[in-house]
Design a protein around this ligand. Structure first.
Ligand SMILES: [Zn+2]
Length: 204
């Protein structure tokens, strides 16, 4: 079955239901774009892909192809299958939100953000979250340096780079093309770009 191509516009989010064995590719169409990524168990009010649990499952700060990723109830929800990118993906940073643009970036007023993008696409699915889980920030070049200091660099993802994932349970997979345009995480020009999802039913 050919993949369903789902364009996701710059600064927006999208959610798609996956069944076990489905393949989902997150494609950095233009390069340099950070993609906040979540997954939620279907049929459960609030069971989600947990960065904390998935890090401890492998006792690493980052995931590698082949790794199973877990919910906060220690159930496998996704498997990281393939990485066609420079391979740097953040697991530590919370999703940006209206308040973070004010606090960290000095922005005045309302700035588009990944938290609201997620809430919007989940509301369309009839779901409301009590809190926003820490996303897996695909292509985000935030690293831990000497003395455990964290540092942001512009994403080094190239046009067409992608990460490929396999669903391990029935889940709602959600992404936000991060609207950050103040600090340069979305490339050196700090310009938010669109992305693409490629969904293949039973692709793995
Ligand atoms: Zn964001």
């Amino acid at each position: 079955m050919p993949p369903v191509i789902i364009p996701v516009a710059a600064r927006t989010g999208y959610a798609v239901r996956l069944a076990p064995g489905d393949r989902i590719d997150v494609v950095n169409s233009e390069g340099a774009q950070v993609v906040d990524t979540w997954a939620f168990a279907l049929g459960e009010p609030y069971e989600y892909l947990s960065m904390e649990h998935s890090r401890v499952a492998h006792y690493r700060l980052a995931f590698e192809p082949g790794d199973l990723l877990y919910t906060q109830r220690w159930r496998p929800i996704l498997r990281f299958m393939e990485d066609r990118s420079p391979g740097v993906h953040d697991t530590l940073c919370p999703a940006c939100c209206a308040a973070s643009y004010v606090l960290f970036d000095g922005y005045e007023g309302y700035h588009a953000n990944c938290t609201d993008n997620l809430q919007r696409v989940l509301a369309a699915e009839g779901r409301a979250l009590p809190a926003t889980p820490t996303p897996w920030n695909l292509f985000m070049h935030t690293v831990v340096e000497q003395d455990r200091v964290m540092k942001d660099y512009p994403s080094e993802a190239r046009p067409g780079d992608y990460v490929s994932l396999r669903a391990e349970m029935n889940c709602l997979f959600a992404v936000s093309a991060c609207p950050q345009d103040i600090i340069p995480i979305n490339g050196v020009d700090a310009r938010p770009r669109g992305i693409e999802l490629r969904h293949t039913s039973g692709g793995y």
